[in-house]
Design a protein around this ligand. Structure first.
Ligand code: 6SG
Length: 208
């Protein structure tokens, strides 16, 4: 099987969930790391479909858009539900995670100094929705009775929020249990303990 190649900056950023998912699937990948300096030259940017990274190569297939990568791997590896209805619910959950991710990125890149307190105050209003989804499903996963790409994405966004605010899950026991259970999956644990993971900053501007 041709290796998967990720082309991206040396950050967790938009590839955090993807790398966790690949680790858990036992799927090797290669990293083609792009420095900010090289990126600013513009040559690579001009070849990217939307002028942005990350880029994912899976054999002859070249993809952009981080959520597309998760869906692609979900389809290939049985992490996209067991029927069309489950797949639709997984999409819904992942789109909900994406909304939270976008709010988080707006805070990190645009209003960290002025907006952090208000963001943390409002956070339970968002986390409670995922708490409810997990409570309703009962299996320990967002949808159905097996892991999907949306679980990896939620897990990663929650890890980032625990760095932003260490106590943010204290009032959400189901979310806290979900993070513990995902963190203790052996291949995820090994990845989270690795230097490859630890050396990467969460975000491109050093804020977290
Ligand atoms: C940034 O936004 O690191 N891609 C980013 N930035 C460079 O010229 N919807 C898609 C997806 O989900 C979003 C892609 C994403 O895949 S990720 C990109 O390509 C561009 O637009 C976060 C990240 N940012 C840090 C950074 C590196 C290069 C530009 C921003 C810091 C600022 C300028 C150079 C270094 Fe910088």
């Amino acid at each position: 099987m041709a290796p998967i190649i990720i082309t991206y900056f040396a950050v967790r950023g938009r590839c955090g969930a993807l790398r966790i998912m690949l680790s858990d699937l036992g799927q090797d990948w290669k990293e083609n790391v792009v420095s900010f300096e090289d990126w600013m030259k513009g040559d690579l940017k001009s070849t990217c479909v939307f002028g942005q990274l990350p880029k994912l190569q899976d054999g002859d297939l070249v993809l952009y858009q981080s959520n597309t990568f998760l869906r692609h791997l979900g389809r290939k590896h049985g992490a996209y539900g067991k029927n069309d209805n489950e797949a639709a619910l997984i999409d819904m959950c992942n789109d909900g995670v994406e909304d939270l991710r976008m709010k988080y990125l707006k805070l990190i890149y645009q209003e960290y100094e002025t907006g952090k307190d208000a963001y943390i105050k409002d956070l339970p209003n968002h986390l409670s929705k995922f708490e409810a989804l997990l409570q309703k499903n009962k299996s320990g996963f967002l949808v159905g009775d097996s892991i999907s790409f949306a679980d990896y994405s939620l897990f990663e966004v929650l890890l980032n929020h625990q760095v932003l605010c260490a106590t943010c899950l204290d009032t959400f026991p189901t979310l806290k249990g979900f993070v513990q259970q995902m963190s203790s999956r052996p291949k995820i644990k090994a990845y989270l303990d690795s230097d490859a993971y630890k050396k990467l900053p969460i975000n491109g501007n050093g804020k977290q």
